[in-house]
Design a protein around this ligand. Structure first.
Ligand code: GAR
Length: 215
């Protein structure tokens, strides 16, 4: 099944670039229909344009609240024929308004082994805490901050000499690989999300025929 993707970014867009490269090289059965940034100066917008992908800027500061911002995003992505959303370095918290338009179809890449170090600058959090191992996580998005069900994780040792930037530089190619892999599993129809009848219970992730721990 070809995934019709919408991608949300806020900056550099290297994870977006990994998706675009993988689709161009047919390593990933997906089409990026629309890239939206909340910042007009996001370098990832140019990356999308170079790949011939439609882009839009929706400035969160032009909206009175998160719901109004998310309604604008939903309108754009629905009009573009998107069926899965990827948060690729998107630094805004999404609301139920967005999530209910794409139920269990919003994926995020995070540069830590969740549930450790959610939120901003997870690499700096890992260095400050002194952990010996960290990594990255691809998960489905729920209304919490980086709390949604985990699809895949990849591990990376933290070296005694590491700074925030050297660690981030080693994590980045892992992020790119993990995100493209996880999207590939979804495109292959390997993912089923089992929702318990009791609302509020954590959904269970079933991934068939793959190892969701990437070393
Ligand atoms: C990536 O490291 C991504 O994991 C992180 O922002 C960076 C974006 O880089 N996302 C978060 O921290 C989300 N909480 P990119 O724009 O080059 O893909």
């Amino acid at each position: 099944m070809t995934l019709e993707l919408g991608v949300l970014i806020s900056g550099r867009g290297s994870n977006l670039g990994a998706i675009l490269d993988a689709t161009a090289e047919r390593r990933l059965d997906a089409r990026v229909r629309l890239v939206v940034s909340n910042r007009a100066d996001a370098a990832g917008l140019e990356r999308a344009r170079l790949a011939g992908v439609a882009t839009a800027v929706v400035d969160h500061k032009a909206h009175p609240d998160r719901e109004s911002f998310d309604r604008a995003l939903v309108r754009l992505f629905c009009a573009a024929g998107v069926d899965w959303l990827v948060l690729a370095g998107f630094m805004r918290i999404v609301t139920g308004t967005l999530l209910s338009a794409f139920p269990d179809r919003v994926v995020n890449i995070h540069p830590a082994l969740l549930p450790a170090f959610p939120g901003v600058d997870a690499q700096a959090q890992a260095i400050a805490y002194g952990v010996r191992v960290t990594g990255c996580t691809v998960h489905l998005v729920n209304e919490g901050v980086d709390t949604g069900p985990i699809l895949a994780q990849s591990i990376e040792p933290v070296l005694p000499t590491d700074t925030r930037d050297t660690l981030a530089a080693r994590l980045l190619p892992r992020e790119h690989d993990l995100l493209v892999r996880a999207l590939g599993w979804i495109a292959d129809g390997r993912l089923t999300v089992h929702r318990a009848p009791a609302s509020g219970a954590r959904p269970e992730i079933e991934l068939r025929g793959v190892d969701p721990l990437v070393r």
